[in-house]
Design a protein around this ligand. Structure first.
Ligand code: NAP
Length: 252
């Protein structure tokens, strides 16, 4: 339990890394707004938090929609109190080699990751600035360093690193820190789709990938949640504008 419970918004939190971050922050004592595209999909995360004695609500919203996001945050304010913690985690993949990548592949990935983090952060920062305290954690990726078939995703994840550093400069004077986590391979449904596209089973894909990772395993959502909990903690108030690679080694 934290000394000061906060209201935290976690996007893309119906499953995977976002669900793990939500559960971890709830365990630290925070009230959690579990945001995902479909409110019905948030129930597993919300129920798990409540079953563990925490407080959570589920909200359906598209993070890239500048009308849905203010409505979602207004609900958070009304039901949990003004949010001062934001984890921009929602994400999608639309992998393709450049010559096959469509405008839609490009726009949707940039839209969810970059525009989504922008719209969400703009909405939540007003509450953080008013409280003179805040934490924003953005989910980047080792793909920011370049990854075949992911021009859209790599551009979005590298863009999030510049976004993180800029918000750290702008919001620091108001007691708000802004950091990014760049995970390597984390076993979630997102990778299930990648394995399917490559025509291999997920466990085969992860097993092969683990051999190239210095710690000889792929990551789990809890690995990322632990890093997020650190950035959100009171003790991390002098850490801002950083990118922490959570990848089992120094590079992808
Ligand atoms: P995931 O299992 O696919 O979960 C992503 C969640 O985001 C889904 O519940 C998805 O909802 C939701 N979402 C998608 N678009 C949204 C939107 N416009 N508005 C609100 N919610 C939306 O992915 P994950 O593996 O947990 O990844 C979480 C984050 O970590 C992503 O930003 C990802 O890029 C990043 N990351 C993951 C890995 C990895 O290896 N898994 C590595 C590096 C970085 P739907 O199910 O309805 O689509």
């Amino acid at each position: 339990m934290t000394a000061t419970p906060r209201t935290a918004v976690v996007t893309g939190a119906a499953r995977g890394i976002g669900a793990a971050i939500s559960l971890r922050l709830a365990r630290e004592g925070h009230r959690i707004a579990v945001i995902d595209l479909d409110e019905d999909d948030t129930s597993a995360t919300v129920d798990a938090i409540r079953a563990a004695g925490g407080e959570a609500i589920g909200i359906g919203a598209d993070v890239s929609d500048s009308l849905e996001v203010p409505a979602a945050i207004a609900r958070v304010v009304a039901e949990l109190g003004p949010p001062t913690v934001l984890v921009n985690n929602a994400g999608i993949l639309r992998d393709n080699l450049l010559f096959k990548m469509t405008d839609g592949d490009w726009d949707s990935v940039i839209g969810v990751h970059l525009r989504g983090a922008f719209v969400m952060s703009r909405e939540v920062q007003r509450h953080q600035v008013a409280a003179k305290w805040g934490r924003i954690v953005n989910l980047s990726s080792t793909s920011a360093l370049g990854n075949r078939g992911q021009a859209n995703y790599a551009a979005a994840k590298a863009g999030l690193q510049g976004f993180t550093k800029t918000l750290a400069i702008e919001l620091g004077p108001f007691g708000v820190t802004v950091n990014a986590i760049a995970p390597g391979l984390i076993a979630t449904d997102m990778l299930r789709g990648t394995a399917e596209r490559l025509g291999v089973r997920l466990d085969t894909y992860l097993g092969d990938a683990a051999m190239d990772i210095p710690v000889r395993r792929t990551g789990v959502p809890a690995d990322v949640a632990a890093a997020a909990a650190f950035f959100v903690s009171e003790e991390a108030s002098f850490v801002s504008g950083q990118v922490l690679y959570v990848a089992g080694g120094p590079k992808a």
